[in-house]
Ligand binder design. Structure first.
Ligand SMILES: CC(=O)N[C@H]1[C@@H](OP(=O)(O)OP(=O)(O)OC[C@H]2O[C@@H](n3ccc(=O)[nH]c3=O)[C@H](O)[C@@H]2O)O[C@H](CO)[C@@H](O)[C@@H]1O
Ligand SMILES: C=C(OP(=O)(O)O)C(=O)O
Length: 509
């Protein structure tokens, strides 16, 4: 076995042992070996026979090693217990990815403080470093420093990493000022059905960008003589479309007006960051943005993105489904107000503190304590809207909350082709979910959650919803292939464990 494998297995064994609250001595006794041998195994310094691996697996009650697959991560959840205590909401995935793309506008050093350490960020970092950006995490922190090269090596782009996220599409806005011709791999990401690209193209055409698609790549050509003479009217109030237009406008020397802009949280974070880069923006938080761009941006800048409203909603749903009182700290209240109003209609009670500011100096935060109690189904269907509206990414959490409420709830996901379909996976954990058509599900509660084994659907929020149901289901459940969850949440299992959940991580090797 290679040293790399041995080290990885060693770490898995150590984690599984700690999860069972066993000492190295106790494991050694159970295996009939010495404590020093266990220490060597955990450090990856001991060759292991298959038989020994199987015995360790038995002692730790953990099939953390399952041969024949390639490194997929899974969770084992012992559910049915209540959560308690307090948890901090981390900064958002969606702001992080926008800011990473925005760092390409700046020739100087960009430091992003307290960034979420999630797989989506890792993928974009792989892409950025493949084209020559120097990126490093500052010691003992979630602070990331980025310094671009004088010239990006676009031909060297890590195509595999780029195809695993949709974010690469947001390279178009920053790149079009510097590179008259370039190629980018098609955007990928969660499988939520076809997602639009055309609105990005029409938002960027006024900056001279023309894109054709050829065998898996966007071929971009930029006509430097074309500049936006009129307001850019977005055909969809999309978040990343608005961000792409902002990224292009930031280095357009002159004034760009963007109408039907999304005022959502990640767009606001991007605006605040661009302002730090010296780009003046009027109308932040509204649907008309007036951007005073700068031809050159070359400065050392720091920014802290704000807290993730979708993570806050996920934690709220965890409290509801496990009937727990927990305190969720650092909730970006402006972006959760409608969700809370909807929950109040369903009978949910909670306490909130006075508001305070996020580290970006703008976003309003509160600490929210959930008060367990019975819920009833709402009279009307629950459906999302562009901000200010119930966030589309929060809709799946209403499915699981509806499953806890007395009565029948209709959930209408008009936005994504596939997301509502994945909610039917909740039937595996005991929910009564009926698919009416590809966009609407009817959910009948309350639910007696049932422990089981499920493979994550290929979509972030529906996968988290299953995890939360498993927290509520008495007994042991297994959730397989949780990469999709790690794409958007930092150490979710560990943080839920700190609230009293019992979730063990194991991997194929
Ligand atoms: C990195 C990031 O920030 N991702 C978010 C962003 O993705 P992103 O901005 O990429 O979302 P899309 O552009 O894919 O839009 C989502 C869907 O909504 C439709 N649509 C959107 C706006 C509108 O006014 N009309 C309309 O029909 C689009 O056609 C598409 O089918 O916004 C989505 C919708 O909030 C969120 O789920 C994603 O988490
Ligand atoms: C759909 C989502 O994000 P993305 O745009 O990264 O796929 C999400 O965050 O739920």
């Amino acid at each position: 076995m290679s040293e790399d494998y041995l080290a990885r297995i060693g770490t898995l064994i150590r984690d599984a042992r700690r999860h069972k609250s066993m000492t190295q001595n106790e494991l050694a006794l159970a295996l009939g070996t010495s404590q020093s041998a266990v220490a060597r195994i955990e450090q990856g310094k001991q060759n292991l026979s298959l038989e020994m691996l199987a015995r360790i697996g038995e002692c730790l009650d953990s099939e953390f090693v399952s041969l024949g697959h390639s490194g997929a991560q899974h969770l084992r959840i012992v559910g049915g217990t209540k959560l308690s205590g307090a948890i901090d909401v981390k900064t958002s995935k969606n702001a992080a990815v926008a800011l990473l793309c925005a760092s390409l506008l700046n020739r100087g050093r960009t430091t992003l403080r307290n960034l979420a350490r999630i797989e989506e960020v890792n993928r974009i970092l792989e892409v950025l470093t493949s084209i020559g950006v120097k990126a490093r995490w500052l010691p003992d922190s979630n602070d990331l420093e980025l310094v671009p090269p004088a010239r990006l090596d676009l031909a060297g782009i890590d195509v595999d990493a780029a195809r695993r996220t949709r974010t690469v599409i947001m390279f178009l806005g920053p790149l079009l000022h510097e590179y008259p011709e370039f190629q980018l791999p098609y955007a990928g990401g969660c499988d939520l059905g076809t997602r639009t690209v055309e609105p990005h193209m029409s938002a960027l055409r006024p900056f001279g960008l023309n894109v054709t698609a050829h065998s898996g790549f966007y071929e971009a050509r930029v006509d430097g003589d074309v500049t936006p003479g009129r307001p850019i009217v977005l055909t969809e109030r999309g978040d990343t479309v608005t961000e792409n237009a902002l990224l292009a406008a930031a280095r357009h020397e002159g004034v760009t007006v963007i109408r039907n802009a999304s005022p959502n949280y990640m767009v606001q974070d991007l605006c605040f960051f661009l302002e730090k880069l010296g780009v003046r923006i009027e109308g932040i938080g509204s649907t008309t943005l007036t951007v005073h761009g700068r031809r050159e941006i070359d400065m050392d800048v720091e920014y802290s993105p704000s807290e993730d409203p979708i993570e806050a909603m996920s934690l709220l749903a965890a409290a509801v489904v496990t009937e727990s009182e927990i305190t969720i700290r650092r909730v970006p209240i402006e972006f959760l107000e409608i969700e809370l109003a909807q929950l109040e209609l369903m009978g949910m009670k909670y306490d909130i503190t006075q508001e305070y500011r996020s580290a970006n100096g703008h976003t309003r935060l509160v600490d929210l304590t959930t008060i367990p109690g019975p819920l009833v189904a709402p009279t009307d269907k629950i459906h999302p809207m562009p901000f200010p509206g119930l966030n589309i990414d929060n809709l799946p959490f209403f499915a699981i909350i509806a499953a806890c409420a007395e009565g029948t709830t209709m959930i209408h996901d008009w936005v994504y082709e596939n997301r509502a379909i994945y909610l039917t996976e909740l039937t595996k954990v005991g929910a009564r979910v009926q698919l009416l058509d590809p966009h609407r599900v009817m959910i009948e509660g309350p639910t007696r959650w049932r422990a089981t084994e499920v493979i994550c659907p290929p979509a972030l929020r529906p996968a988290v919803v299953i995890l939360l149901a498993m927290l509520a289901a008495p007994g042991t459940s297994v959730l397989r292939n949780v990469y999709v969850i790690n794409r958007g949440y930092e150490e979710l299992a560990e943080r839920l464990n700190a609230l009293g959940a019992t979730i063990e991580t194991f991997r194929d090797i």
